[in-house]
Write a protein that binds this ligand. Structure first.
Ligand SMILES: [Zn+2]
Length: 268
């Protein structure tokens, strides 16, 4: 690390759980963030500031005025621009010591493995079930851990999945948690779904949920608490109810009949 890096990451370096060794792991890490909106924004900002060395931002959307109520990484002057490109520039301005790549593409079943190959961690901040299932399948076939967050109205949730990575404890996948979308939530196309547009959402909630995703990402990348149950959200679901200011954490069972992970050849 250069003297500038040591100064930049000083508050990590003094933490016994991170220190120099942990910071170097962050600097070497490769993370793909799918969705650069409400959840992807805070995740991307905090991971870049933390010194995650190689970040890929995948999003084919353009910035609309109705995004500005909660996607605080965008400004009025960004309207119409590519979300992936604007976020990428924001991250590079914030931390010029890292590399950031914008991919202005919609992740699909066909391109998911290609877009997500070679990453240490995948972040799912998308707003529809079909893309979530495609990301989950890629996580399993690439054995790459996945952090998934979701928000609606006043409520949010976060969980992490091992992607059947042999270095991580075995556990459920995203589709064990959501076996199949409820019929009223089944997207008719990747674009059409029940999301923030129809449910509504309070802006500050995405900051809370996205920041919990970023914190879990740092723990997974550094390797904090992964072998001790109850220290990360790996295989667990954190639920936040904003209106009641309540949160709780559930342990997620692995579904032996899960259509995604029980068929995987790497499955135990
Ligand atoms: Zn599963």
């Amino acid at each position: 690390m250069t003297p500038k890096s040591i100064e930049r990451y000083a508050r990590h370096l003094v933490l016994k759980e991170i220190g120099g060794a942990g910071q170097n792991k962050l600097l070497r890490a490769k993370v793909a963030i799918v969705g650069a909106g409400g959840l992807g924004g805070p995740v991307a900002l905090y991971l870049a500031a933390a010194g995650v060395g190689h970040i890929t931002v995948i999003d084919d959307d353009h910035i609309e005025r109705s995004n500005l109520q909660r996607q605080i990484q965008f400004k009025e002057s960004d309207l119409g621009a590519s979300k992936a490109e604007v976020v990428t520039q924001y991250l590079l301005d914030q931390n010029p010591e890292i590399t950031v790549r914008a991919m202005k593409q919609r992740l699909t079943q066909e391109n998911a493995n290609t877009l997500l190959a070679g990453q240490n961690l995948i972040i799912d901040g998308v707003d529809n079930f079909q893309t979530r299932f495609d990301i989950n399948n890629a996580s399993l076939s690439l054995n790459t851990p996945l952090i998934s967050g979701a928000v609606g109205r006043w409520d949010g949730q976060v969980s992490a999945f091992s992607g059947q990575n042999p270095n991580l404890p075995d556990g459920p996948c995203y589709q064990c948690l959501v076996p199949r979308p409820a019929s009223h939530l089944v997207p008719q196309s990747p674009q059409a779904t029940d999301n923030c547009n129809t449910l509504g959402i309070v802006g500050a909630l995405v900051g809370i949920v996205g920041t919990v995703m970023a914190l879990e990402a740092i723990k997974i990348l550094v390797g904090i608490g992964l072998q001790t149950s109850g220290q990360t959200l790996m295989g667990r679901l954190w639920i936040y109810q904003g209106l009641e200011a309540k949160s709780r954490t559930l342990t997620l069972p692995k579904d032996p009949n899960c259509p995604a992970c029980s068929k995987n050849p790497n499955s135990a």
